[in-house]
Design a protein around this ligand. Structure first.
Ligand SMILES: [Zn+2]
Length: 309
C-alpha cells in the first residue's frame, strides 16, 4: 500500500474548497467524537472506520457512491424513513439507515411490491453510515450506500417501539449444525420475497446462506424467468437471519465501481455444490490481524466527503 500524507490531502482539499476547517477537516465536535471512538475501540484515530463511524450527518453534496462496495464512501446520502407504508427500520441506534437515493427508491418500491405479493412488510436492517465508509462493527461492505440487509422476518402490523427495534431478534432460517434449511420456519413466502427482491433490474446481487440458495433452487414455482433472478442470488457465509441486497452502480457515476456480473445461469450447479460440501467450512489457518484501513486506502474523493461540513 502506498503511504500518502492523509491529513495533508484532507487539509489541502479543505483549503482548496475554502472551508476554513480545523486541521482534521472535521468540526471540533466530530474531532473529539472520533478521538473518543478511537480510544474506546483501541484503534488509531486515523483508522477510516473511526473517521466514518464518527459521522452523524451526511455530506451535503450531490449523491455519489464512490469506490467499491468494500472500499469507498457515500456523498449526498439520504436516510431511509424509519416508518413507511410497507416497512420499518430496525436498530435505529446504529444510524445505518443511509443510502444513495437509488437505494431508498428501490427499497420503497420493493416493499410495496412484496406487500402486493402477500409479505406484510419489510424489516430493514443495516444499510450504510451517513457518509458510508468502513464501519466499526460488522460488514466489510455496505460502504457506498448501495447495500441493504432485509430481515427474513415479516413486519408486525403495528408500529414497533424504539426499544423493540433494538431488542427483537430475527429468526434463523437454517439449522446451522447441519447447514440445512429449517423447514419449521422457511416458507414459500420467503422464497417469493427473495424472488421479488432479485427481480428488480437495478439489483446486481443478493447474498443468502447456501442452505437458502438450495431451498430456492429446489423451489418448484421459481417461474419462467428463474435463471434471470436466481442467478443474482449468491450463496455466502452468514445471511441466515437476513438477506443482503446489493444494487448495481447508478448510471453516470464515474467513481462507482461495479462488481463483475454473476456467471450466467441460475447458479444451482457446481457453484452451489461447492458451498454445500465441506470445503468452505474448513477452519482456515490463523493469519496475523490486518491493520485497519486508513483514509488513504479509500478513493481520494472520500477525504472531501469526510471534510465537507
Ligand atoms: Zn449485509
Amino acid at each position: 500500500m502506498v503511504a500518502r500524507p492523509v491529513w495533508g490531502l484532507a487539509v489541502g482539499l479543505a483549503v482548496l474548497c475554502g472551508l476554513g476547517l480545523p486541521a482534521h477537516g472535521q468540526s471540533t465536535a466530530e474531532e473529539s467524537r472520533a478521538e473518543i471512538v478511537a480510544a474506546r475501540n483501541g484503534l488509531p484515530a486515523d483508522a477510516a472506520k473511526v473517521l466514518f463511524g464518527s459521522m452523524t450527518q451526511p455530506a451535503p453534496l450531490a449523491a455519489r457512491s464512490i469506490g467499491s462496495y468494500a472500499r469507498g464512501c457515500l456523498a449526498g446520502g439520504v436516510a431511509m424513513p424509519v416508518n413507511g407504508p410497507a416497512w420499518q427500520v430496525m436498530r435505529l441506534s446504529r444510524n445505518r439507515n443511509w443510502g444513495h437515493p437509488a437505494l431508498i427508491a428501490y427499497l420503497e418500491r420493493f416493499a410495496e411490491a412484496a406487500r402486493r405479493d402477500g409479505w406484510p412488510g419489510l424489516l430493514i436492517g443495516d444499510m450504510s453510515q451517513p457518509r458510508g465508509g468502513p464501519m466499526l462493527t460488522g460488514h466489510a461492505s455496505h460502504q457506498i450506500g448501495l447495500d441493504a440487509d432485509i430481515w427474513l422476518l415479516a413486519m408486525p402490523q403495528r408500529e414497533l417501539l424504539l426499544q423493540e427495534r433494538e431488542s427483537i431478534s430475527a429468526v434463523s432460517m437454517v439449522r446451522m449444525a447441519t447447514r440445512e434449511i429449517d423447514t419449521r420456519v422457511w416458507t414459500e413466502a420467503h422464497a417469493r420475497l427473495i424472488r421479488r427482491a432479485a427481480s428488480d433490474a437495478e439489483v446486481a446481487r443478493i447474498f443468502v446462506h447456501p442452505a437458502i440458495k438450495k431451498a430456492l433452487c429446489d423451489w418448484k414455482d421459481g417461474g419462467a424467468d428463474r435463471a434471470r433472478w436466481l442467478g443474482k442470488v449468491r450463496p455466502w457465509y452468514g445471511h441466515n437471519y437476513h438477506f443482503h441486497v446489493r444494487l448495481a452502480c447508478p448510471a453516470g457515476i464515474a467513481d462507482c465501481k461495479d462488481q463483475d456480473r454473476p456467471p450466467e445461469g441460475d447458479g444451482c450447479g457446481t457453484d452451489l455444490a461447492w458451498w454445500l460440501g465441506p470445503e468452505p467450512w474448513k477452519p482456515s489457518p490463523p493469519s496475523p490481524p490486518k491493520p485497519p484501513m486508513k483514509l488513504a486506502d479509500l478513493p481520494e474523493t472520500c477525504a472531501q466527503v469526510l471534510a465537507t461540513p
